[in-house]
Design a protein around this ligand. Structure first.
Ligand code: PMP
Length: 362
């Protein structure tokens, strides 16, 4: 397919072409059933096989230890901003937040509706140019967990190392989902919306430590309880069958790529193609974030003027690229280089950047 757009959108975003084509070939008549998968009961044998396989593949690709459950929950990562404090916080406990950008800001604000949520570190004064180290975090007594957004999608920063502190972590990994291994022993809960690295929009994958299910708050509506989702194997109610089906296919594709280690290596390589152009441009391109904290999923950068940024977007579009406009709150440019973005797409972007800088001096 020669005319496929090089899609740098922040999510929903590019998915592996092989996965789209496979789904297309199975779509109308699923395995000879005379109907599509999305028309079938979610309690039937066909869907059950898809569901169980997707749960198992998630566990395998993540390298998840046995003391964690995998849950598929609708409402995206945003609902997890509420479900985490609802389920984890007991009376008298508080939740700490490392406020590293727009997504951590949202999380602390939402948690405040469900318990005592406080800011343990705030990067806004530094323009969210870096993430904190463990020593920067101001944790109070009675803290149940520390929330970290491991990769800030809008600001383009990530934690180079996941901090090790005296309380368990809750991690929002939405925009770097399954792109690097996680130190599971530090976490009680990890979640992410699937619509970047794992599949189409429609749910969050939640990894929750089993001990949390035993001790968690039960005075909640059923759908909001992690233990309910766990005991029903994410079939408490009608699940987003299309999303889960596609996510399973993407996970299989990830295994075929060589799994997490290969995906991580590819992500580092792809991001370096763009960062090398930025760093080698004598200040023509500028990265607003500290070099050691740069995201490898969401690369953000500026040009010498907004006019040149607009011109760059125009030329990128003429070269078959889309989704490069920075988030409206920060401006500039952003390339979201998720797992399914081929290296050739990033190379095309890097080539255009070099060529553009030559043709349009500051
Ligand atoms: N956290 C991060 C880091 C995100 O990038 C996003 C979405 N861009 C969200 C949370 C919210 O995810 P959702 O749209 O699935 O609710």
């Amino acid at each position: 397919m020669a005319d496929r757009t090089i899609n740098f959108s922040a999510g929903p975003c590019t998915l592996p072409l092989e996965v789209l084509e496979e789904a297309q070939s199975e779509f109308v008549d699923y395995h000879g059933a005379g109907m599509s998968l999305i028309e079938m009961s979610h309690r039937g044998a066909h869907y059950d096989a898809v569901h169980q396989e997707a749960l198992q593949l998630t566990r395998e690709v993540a390298g998840l230890p046995d003391d964690f459950e995998v849950l598929f929950v609708q409402g995206g990562a945003s609902l997890q901003f509420a479900m985490a404090p609802m389920n984890l916080l007991a009376t008298g406990e508080s939740a700490a937040f490392a406020v590293t950008g727009a997504w951590a800001e949202k999380a602390v604000e939402d948690a405040g509706h469900h318990g005592d949520a406080y800011v343990a570190w705030d990067g806004s004064d530094e323009g969210y140019a870096r993430t904190p180290s463990a020593g920067d975090l101001d944790l109070r007594d009675g803290t149940r967990y520390l929330h970290v957004c491991t990769n800030e999608t809008i600001g383009g920063i990530r934690f180079p190392e996941i901090p090790q502190v005296d309380v368990p972590l809750v991690g929002d990994v939405s925009s770097e989902f399954l792109s690097r291994p996680l130190p599971w022993d530090r976490f009680d809960l990890v979640f992410g919306g699937v619509q970047k690295n794992l599949g189409p929009a429609g749910m969050a994958v939640v990894f929750v430590r089993k001990s949390v299910l035993e001790s968690g708050n039960r005075d909640l509506a059923a759908y909001l309880r992690y233990d309910v989702h766990a005991s029903k194997e994410s079939l408490y109610n009608t699940p987003p069958v299309f999303t889960i089906w596609m996510t399973g296919k993407v996970l299989k594709w990830m295994q075929a790529q060589g799994g997490l280690a290969a995906i991580e290596a590819a992500a580092e390589r792809k991001a370096a193609l763009v960062y090398d152009v930025i760093d080698g441009s004598d200040g023509y391109f500028r990265s607003p974030v500290d070099a050691g904290h740069r995201s490898v999923m969401n690369v953000v950068w500026r040009l010498p003027s907004e006019d040149l940024e607009a011109q760059f977007l125009k030329e990128a579009s003429a070269h078959g690229m889309s989704g490069l406009k920075g988030h409206r709150s920060v401006g500039g440019l952003r390339a979201s280089i998720y797992n399914a973005m081929p290296e050739s797409g990033v190379q095309a972007l890097a080539d255009l950047m070099r060529d553009f800088a030559d043709r349009h001096p500051a």
